[in-house]
Design a protein around this ligand. Structure first.
Ligand code: FAD
Length: 522
């Protein structure tokens, strides 16, 4: 069903609620300094300027996202304290930063970490260090306070809320049969090939490469998965994990989402034990903060890396300090380049082939996250109870997570709803997301989200007080068909005195991939 038809059918009217709230909703853009990043692109920060000052250190880490922070932790664990971490934005964390709206903590990007599987050993160690996981009577247990509380997710479908995200309410037997078939297919593929997180521990078997060669949508066509509800759900999952629709990611990526973790569970599947996820009001910024805090002055924010050059016996890293507007040259033994691939290719002098090639075929999906402060809990439509993740069938956005879901105090209070909007290419988006992010005023996004969320929550316009919007022009690499083959076996990437670490090198971006790459780069 077309989105507008659905909205009309479900609500009776299509509301432009931002304009009808009866009070002014404050808001604007926050979180990412678009101008600073683009000044680097336009060459406005470096070209030919000698440094104002030269400094020495043993290791420079360029980029303070999860990969860069993981590298910093690994250096500390190895007893190497003489390093700096240089980050472009005013705070570290990259896509895993957090914020607050009217005093209520919320994520600006990444909001959860699934309980890591056996291959993500470094992430397991980190969680142990942070006290999130411990061994009790020979078994690993996770701290209940940080596991997502029940109910975890619900879907607004056909005018009511249902448990879980797979459409089941009133769907026919043919749909249920396709759910069961897809579940069996995923299980069979899981047995045949290693779908592993992190990908650098996978063997790039012929089966994985054949799935990589094909778009997920084409694979579904080939295998006879034609059911509209199944396909809506699978497309939703691709947009949720990769920021792009199922016609634009590989069959490997579409299946990896399920096969690397909990599988796909058809309704009524008794073994449908869903893998637990860890989450916090501020999202993965909870983890990020604990990685960043021990760094003290070694973490230099508002420091834009403009050039990385290998020299005989060392590395030179040039930086523009946006606070003092001065140029600093760091001389180091080595550099860990924890930057997105397209930026690394721009700043590394004489980039190695592996980097130039990767930058030519990796494309990034843009994203937008809107944090909506509501002064009291929203009224609800019938059906499943308010959950952590609340999705509306057939919309462009991915729904919202409630920042107060983990609160132990049950008193109804103000909260923040984080609305996620992927803007990569998909059946409902034309692929001009980056331009939209630059051109549209924040009020356009406000109206979009109000139109979607007012259907299940008609009182949202009246209760919303402020909306802060974070724009990511180049959020994460899209695992497009052929990417695995082009990346080669996605192992660790090194060249001379440079080691590369970023989620991009895995072909898709999640905490476990970024963290493991940062750790192993050291
Ligand atoms: C909206 C959104 C939601 C997400 N949700 C989840 C989730 O729930 N769970 C999950 O596991 N993953 C999620 N992700 C994926 C997320 O990208 C990864 O979890 C992880 O944060 C990626 O870390 P990274 O270090 O690879 O990259 P990045 O976060 O891209 O870090 C790169 C860093 O380099 C900095 N930088 C760039 N250029 C320069 C320069 N010239 N000089 C200095 N610094 C520079 C950037 O500012 C940034 O801090 C989400 C991503 C987005 C965008």
């Amino acid at each position: 069903m077309k989105r507008r038809a659905f909205l009309g059918a479900a609500a009776g009217t299509a509301v432009l609620a931002g304009c009808k709230s009866g009070h002014e909703i404050e808001g604007g853009f926050t979180g990412v300094d678009v101008a600073r990043g683009h000044a680097l692109r336009d060459g406005a920060l470096q070209a030919g300027n000698p440094p104002d000052v030269t400094r020495r250190t043993r290791v420079v880490i360029a980029g303070g996202g999860i990969a860069g922070l993981a590298a910093a932790r690994a250096l500390r664990l190895a007893g190497i304290g003489d390093f700096v971490l240089l980050e472009l934005e005013d705070s570290a964390g990259g896509n895993s930063r957090g914020g607050a709206v009217n005093g209520v903590a919320c994520p600006l990007g990444a909001h959860y970490l699934p309980v890591p599987g056996d291959h993500a050993r470094e992430v397991q160690d980190l969680l142990e260090e942070f006290g999130l996981r411990r061994r009790v009577a020979g078994r690993w247990e996770y701290d209940e306070r940080h596991l997502c509380h029940s109910p975890q997710e619900r879907l607004y479908f056909r005018g009511e809320w249902q448990d879980g995200l797979l459409p089941v309410q009133g769907v026919g037997e043919a749909t249920l049969a396709q759910y069961r078939l897809f579940s069996q297919r995923v299980e069979a593929l899981r047995r045949e090939a290693r779908f592993v997180i992190p990908t650098l521990r996978a063997q790039t078997a012929p089966l994985l490469l054949s799935l990589d060669a094909l778009a997920f949508e084409a694979w579904l066509d080939r295998e006879g998965f034609t059911d509209a509800h199944l396909r809506w759900y699978l497309d939703y999952c691709c947009r949720d994990d990769y920021g792009a629709g199922m016609a634009h990611v590989s069959a490997w990526a579409g299946l990896h989402y399920f096969a690397s973790r909990h599988g796909f569970h058809a309704p009524g599947d008794d073994n449908a034990e869903r893998d637990a996820v860890l989450t916090w009001p501020e999202g993965n910024a909870w983890l990020m903060r604990r990685l960043a805090d021990p760094l003290g002055e070694r973490l230099r924010t508002a420091h834009v890396v403009t050039r990385i050059a290998e020299r005989r016996g060392g590395v030179e890293v040039d930086v523009f300090d946006a606070a003092t507007r001065s140029r600093i040259r760091w001389q180091a033994e080595r550099c860990i380049v924890a930057l997105p691939v397209f930026i690394a290719a721009r700043v590394v002098e004489n980039p190695p082939d592996v980097l130039t090639r990767a930058a030519s075929f990796i494309h990034h999906s843009p994203w937008l996250v809107a944090n909506i402060h509501v002064r009291e809990p929203l009224a609800d439509r019938p059906g499943a109870a308010p959950s952590w993740d609340n999705v509306i069938y057939g919309t462009r956005g991915l729904g919202y997570v409630d920042a107060r879901h983990q609160a132990l105090d049950p008193t109804p209070r103000a909260t923040v709803l984080s609305w996620y909007r992927p803007l990569g290419p998909s059946a409902i988006d034309g692929g001009d997301g980056r331009r939209q992010l630059l051109d549209r005023p924040w009020t356009g996004w406000r109206d979009d989200l109000m139109e979607e969320l007012s259907v299940p929550h008609p009182d949202l316009p009246a209760l919303a007080t402020r909306i802060d919007i974070t724009r990511y022009g180049h959020a994460m690499s899209i695992p497009a068909p052929g990417l695995l083959r082009q990346l080669g076996a996605p192992k660790q990437v090194r060249a001379g005195r440079l080691a590369f670490a970023h989620g991009d090198w895995s072909g898709y971006s999640i905490f476990e991939e970024a963290f493991t790459r940062g750790h192993l780069a050291v």
